[in-house]
Ligand binder design. Structure first.
Ligand SMILES: [Ca+2]
Ligand SMILES: [Ca+2]
Length: 400
């Protein structure tokens, strides 16, 4: 089906696994996750988020808990794929060489968007350990982590040797995209920054966790698979060192430039991107493949705007007899989410082909049915009694 072809195009554009990235500082970087290293399943769910440092780590999860991969665009027109966590069950769990996460010297930077002001201990990134300082603290204790709390409160946290909770926290000014950074400096101090602004530090973070139990993103604080984060995460970067301020700032600069102005694409923008249309070729009134359908018609009918042999589900007409009368019947296909997309479909009739002669008088809709997962079929008709000849036209309109 032509409509499905559109979805396929979108998936393939998300499945970029090039691994090409260039952060301004990468010494002792043990994890780098961004939108170019996701494996997606049906419905653009994220089955696997691969660590691009090449150490083999990945975040994975069972199918019912997978966050969605969504494409967003920033003010510069650049598009990024980010993870959208539903706050109900979506999360990812680290697999691989998790001993990388043992230690007490880390710097971690996360680009995220909060999606709920009533979060209560929901981890953007959290680690949990079997033991802190030889097992004096209960197993599975959450240790170094970044989590959202109620009232849009955000924490960068660690532990003392006795298991005490140590944190720096802030209230981000809005629910937009932010870059939150934490540093555990190897001298028992924890620092935090939001959007490059220093938030403060805490000392006595003298836990020495060993036996890394797990790391999760989007889960409950302490990396528990309960109480889930609602919001989006675009990028996670972790260093096993105390990164110098200038190097951290260079990375934060880059992340803010990429993500701070991200906003939703319109459905039409997503569609043009799926076909790699840009500039004038992406205008609704243009017809880059030179067939009989402009981009608006291709979009409305599920056509391929780059293939002149594919205009989607074209309407057709036939003459039928019903109840002793003859009818000129017209079948067309409309997207079942037309309202969301701002699309309307209007059959018109004319007794000649004079411009301006199209009207809706006398047309009645006699049936609407499901055609496929994306389209409904609509049958309209007009009586043939009054006119010698009749022509029908399908008017497709877009309104923001
Ligand atoms: Ca076309
Ligand atoms: Ca076409």
């Amino acid at each position: 089906m032509n409509g499905k072809r559109m979805a396929t195009g979108l998936v393939s554009s998300l499945l970029i696994a090039s691994g090409s990235f260039a952060l301004p500082y990468t010494n002792n970087m043990i994890a780098h996750f961004d939108g170019t290293s996701m494996t997606l399943t049906n419905g653009n769910k994220v089955a696997r988020w691969l660590n691009q440092t090449g150490n083999g780590d990945a975040w994975t999860v069972t199918s019912d808990a997978q966050p969605l991969a969504v494409q967003l665009q920033n003010d510069a027109g650049d598009t990024y794929t980010v993870l959208d966590f539903d706050g109900v069950g979506n999360h990812l769990t680290m697999s691989g060489d998790t001993n990388n996460y043992d230690g007490n010297t880390f710097t971690w930077i996360i680009a995220y968007k909060n999606g709920d002001t009533n979060q209560d201990g929901k981890a953007l990134f959290g680690t949990a350990y079997d033991h802190i300082n030889g097992g004096t603290t209960a197993a599975n204790t959450g240790t170094w982590q970044t989590f959202a709390n109620s009232g849009n409160h955000l924490y960068v946290a660690g532990r003392s040797a006795s298991g005490g909770f140590k944190s720096v926290s802030t209230y981000p000014p809005d629910n937009g995209w932010h870059v939150i950074s934490g540093k555990w400096d190897g001298s028992n101090r924890l620092y935090a920054w939001l959007d490059e602004n220093y938030l403060g530090k805490t000392s006595g973070v003298d836990a020495h966790p060993t036996g890394h139990h797990r790391s999760r993103i989007g889960s409950g604080a302490g990396a528990t698979a309960s109480g889930f984060f609602k919001g989006m995460i675009a990028e996670v970067i972790i260093f096993k060192e105390s990164v110098a301020d200038a190097d951290r700032l260079a990375i934060e600069d880059e992340l803010l430039a990429k993500y701070s102005t991200l906003s939703d694409l319109t459905p039409y923008d997503r569609w043009t991107q799926a076909y790699d249309l840009s500039g004038a070729d992406s205008a609704m009134t243009n017809n880059p493949d030179g067939d009989l359908a402009n981009n608006l018609a291709e979009y409305a009918l599920g056509g391929d705007p780059t293939n002149s042999a594919d205009m989607g589900h074209l309407p057709y007409s036939e003459t039928v007899e019903d109840g002793g009368s003859n009818w000129f019947q017209f079948v067309y296909y409309m997207r079942n989410d037309a309202v969301t997309r701002g699309l309307s479909y209007l059959p018109q009739v004319s007794s000649d082909l004079v411009a301006g002669g199209w009207a809706t008088n006398g047309i009645s809709t006699v049936g609407v049915g499901t055609f496929d997962s994306e389209f409904d079929s609509v049958t309209s008709r007009v009586s043939t009694a009054s006119e010698e000849a009749q022509f029908m036209n399908l008017l497709m309109e877009f309104q923001n």
